[in-house]
Design a binder for this molecule. Structure first.
Ligand code: ZN
Length: 360
């Protein structure tokens, strides 16, 4: 739980202290608001302390291990001449790839897979670079240091990376995401600019190691031709691209946006700018609870594993409701419908900055 103190030092938490302190009564109001976050933090801390290692990390590590264990079966089935077995192999590899590259890279980027900082760094490089074909340094910077620290702050963490306003809405929502496996390593190359020679060499070697290991096994174990191996790799890597992009945009875009100079306290920022989707067995396993039905909890306590986010969900939701704070939830189809019908408004024009009267 050493990261809780870091939470309190991040810019999102500090920002509100920098303005308006001269007004009488403001310091007391700020203290009351900090008390809300501190009180909730204490409740969550208590739950974490009372949890076993199995609950804190074991369950999520086991799901990731299961994904790796399923890979030999996937490679063998992909070598079958029977269509049904081949499709089963494709499905196994696609699901395993999603578990490893979405759930695995996300937890690794937050250092949630190990209590040891050295192991946490190792897992970040392994999952993000070897498995995810992206730069670990750039991934942590974009996700943890920008998106989490500046959630829905315009120009900083406003979830704008997947905004391609010139595309028609159907292409944007249902076709362009299929190119994510191709776009990811290309973006990774661009992100190498400014990194140290050691980091550049490491990232290039790790990305190549991940890519060519899968290619080699598809050729040698599955017995596929060069072009078939590449097509299978693309299909597996793109299998969950649509929900991946959908989840990314559904949970933030269209909610309250904040100005970088007038941002609310952390608890208000996260409760107004983050939304939970309902539980879904497939996405719970592949993406993890923190990206699906516990996204609010994840933004309030980003260092928790998926299973711990699920465990503290009743504590967090009850606390926020008691304090009359929003606890935003909506269905996947409902959000998809909203984005489809209000695409221009949500994706093309700059969103309005939310005026949260009295809490800036
Ligand atoms: Zn995160």
């Amino acid at each position: 739980m050493q990261n809780i103190s870091e939470e309190w030092r991040d810019p999102a938490s500090r920002d509100g202290e920098g303005h308006g302190d001269g007004a009488q009564g403001k310091p007391r109001a700020d203290a009351e608001r900090e008390t809300l976050m501190m009180e909730l933090t204490r409740l969550v801390q208590k739950s974490v302390r009372e949890s076993s290692w199995w609950e804190r990390r074991g369950i999520d590590c086991s799901i990731l291990t299961a994904a790796f264990i399923s890979l030999p079966a996937g490679f063998l089935l992909l070598g079958s001449s029977q269509l049904l077995y081949f499709l089963l192999g494709l499905l196994i590899m696609g699901i395993a790839h999603a578990v490893i590259t979405v759930k695995g890279t996300h937890l690794a980027s937050h250092g949630a897979l190990s209590e040891s900082p050295a192991w946490a760094d190792f897992w970040a490089v392994f999952f993000i670079e070897v498995c995810g074909s992206f730069s670990a340094r750039a991934g942590v910077q974009a996700h943890v240091k920008m998106h989490h620290a500046h959630t829905n702050v315009i120009g900083l963490g406003d979830s704008s990376t997947w905004k391609i306003p010139f595309l028609p809405r159907s292409v944007y929502l249902f076709i362009a995401p299929l190119a994510v496996p191709i776009i990811t390593p290309i973006v990774a190359i661009g992100q190498l600019k400014g990194q140290s020679p050691f980091q550049i060499v490491r990232t290039v070697l790790c990305v190549c190691l991940g890519f060519f290991s899968q290619y080699y096994l598809l050729r040698c174990v599955s017995g596929l031709s060069c072009s078939s191996a590449l097509v299978v790799m693309l299909l597996c890597r793109a299998m969950f691209s649509l929900p991946y992009i959908h989840v990314n945009i559904f949970q933030h875009i269209g909610l309250s946006m904040f100005s970088a100079t007038h941002r609310p306290k952390r608890i208000y920022q996260m409760t107004h700018g983050v939304l939970n989707l309902p539980r879904n067995p497939l996405l719970d396993w592949t993406f993890g609870h923190s990206l699906i039905n516990c996204h609010v909890e994840h933004h309030l306590f980003p260092f928790l594993s998926d299973n711990m986010c699920l465990k503290v969900k009743p504590i967090v939701s009850q606390y926020l409701k008691e304090k009359k704070l929003p606890y935003l939830e909506d269905g996947y189809v409902s959000r998809l419908r909203l984005f489809f019908h209000k695409y221009q408004e949500l994706m093309v024009f700059a969103p309005p900055i939310t005026e949260l009267v009295g809490i800036q």
